[in-house]
Design a protein around this ligand. Structure first.
Ligand code: PEP
Ligand code: MN
Length: 369
């Protein structure tokens, strides 16, 4: 997979004094009064640097509130004038880019529904080309790190060097308290590929309801994410979109006040202890891999033996016995049943694959002879 890209450090173009970046504002701009009142209240919270508002809303069905359009951009200019906050808007079409830039929007973002489609992303990237405007890229609806990465690369390829990734969770069909499952492993994977791209978390769209926002925002900081984007409305109960997940500016201030920022590293005793625990982990991982390697060698031997004796690879009875036995041992050792099942399945799949390869190799040899 592709490696890191050259972008400007966040602190160089959007300084937050080393603190997490906080972006807040309503899901949608609804009226001049709603926007200005919300913005004035948000502007009293020093941590908030950027005001967000959706001007064009991607709605599932026609006839729902689809945003106020260009008029809202004029209100946002007023927000900037009155509060000094920077402004951020979602762009889903080249025409949106043109209008947002005409009205001096400071930061553009690509929404989750746009990022799923590389054609749309490319069209937007082409419209942005030649402008010095920061761009935030939300993750796509589906948990596909490559689509997210690809969208960031398309924006980067047209010369944008002020880029932020936004993690807003993923569509997930199993039951979950979240509107969009956080699947933290995906933003962590993105971070490991694009080391220099800051990632901020969107607890509002992950949670879908305000009660869950605090722990998700805290988790973001605990995972060393670079900031938060949170939906805030002066009267969330009457919001035209995403009413259940928005909070008042006062609630936002309380939420931010309760966040604990943990230190990235501790004193020397802490470091030494951590180092010695990590050394132990390194040693155990080495042993685990050696044991797995040995197990696979024996699997190969079994494969050959089965082939020589014309016995089928998959022996369901044996496999069911293994699962029963290993689950019992593993759970007694304090390992979770779900984890054990997943682990045993991965090992079994690899074992079957190796035996299949051995069968195929032996068949090929036979036909050559
Ligand atoms: C939004 O930020 O209001 C929005 C529509 O988000 P997403 O693209 O993450 O669904
Ligand atoms: Mn929203």
């Amino acid at each position: 997979m592709s490696s890191d890209i050259d972008i400007f450090p966040l602190q160089d173009w959007l300084p937050t004094g080393g603190k997490p970046l906080v972006i807040a504002g309503p899901c949608s701009a609804e009226s001049e009064m709603q926007l200005l009142r919300t913005a004035r209240e948000i502007a009293t919270i020093p941590a908030v640097k950027v005001f967000r508002a959706g001007i064009w809303k991607p709605r599932t069905r026609p006839g729902e509130f689809e945003g106020v359009g260009e008029e809202g951009l004029r209100w946002l200019e007023e927000v900037k004038k009155q509060t000094g906050l920077l402004t951020a808007v979602e762009v889903a079409k080249p025409a949106h880019v043109e209008l947002a830039l005409k009205h001096n929007v400071d930061i553009l973002w690509l929404g989750a529904r746009t990022v799923v489609n590389p054609f749309n992303v490319q069209e937007i990237a082409d419209a942005i080309k030649g402008h010095d405007v920061p761009v935030m890229v939300k993750n796509p609806l589906n948990p596909d790190v490559k689509l997210w990465l690809g969208a960031i690369e398309r924006i980067h390829a047209v010369g944008i060097r002020k880029i932020i990734a936004i993690h807003r969770g993923f569509h997930y069909f199993e039951k979950s308290p979240f509107r969009n499952a956080p699947m933290w492993e995906i933003p962590i994977e993105l971070k490991s590929i694009l080391l220099s791209v800051p990632i901020i978390i969107d607890p509002s769209h992950i949670c879908g309801q305000r009660d869950l926002l605090q722990p998700v925002a805290q988790k973001a900081l605990d995972l060393e994410m670079d900031g938060l984007i949170i939906e805030s409305h002066f009267d969330p109960g009457h919001a035209l979109t995403d009413a259940a997940q928005q909070i008042t500016p006062k609630e936002l201030e309380e939420l931010l006040g309760k966040l604990v920022s943990r230190r990235k590293s501790g004193n020397i005793d802490f470091q030494n202890k951590l180092e010695s625990l990590r050394t132990e982990i390194d040693k155990l991982d080495g042993e685990l891999l050696q044991i797995l390697g040995k197990r696979m060698e024996i699997i190969d031997e079994i494969g050959l033996y089965k082939k020589e004796n014309d016995i089928t690879i998959l022996q369901m009875k044996r496999w069911a016995g293994i699962i029963r036995d290993r689950l019992s041992i593993g759970t007694h050792l304090g390992l979770g049943e779900g984890f054990l099942k997943k682990l045993l399945n991965v090992i079994h799949k690899e074992s079957l694959q190796r035996q299949t390869d051995i069968f195929m190799q032996a068949d090929r040899k036979k036909t050559k002879v």
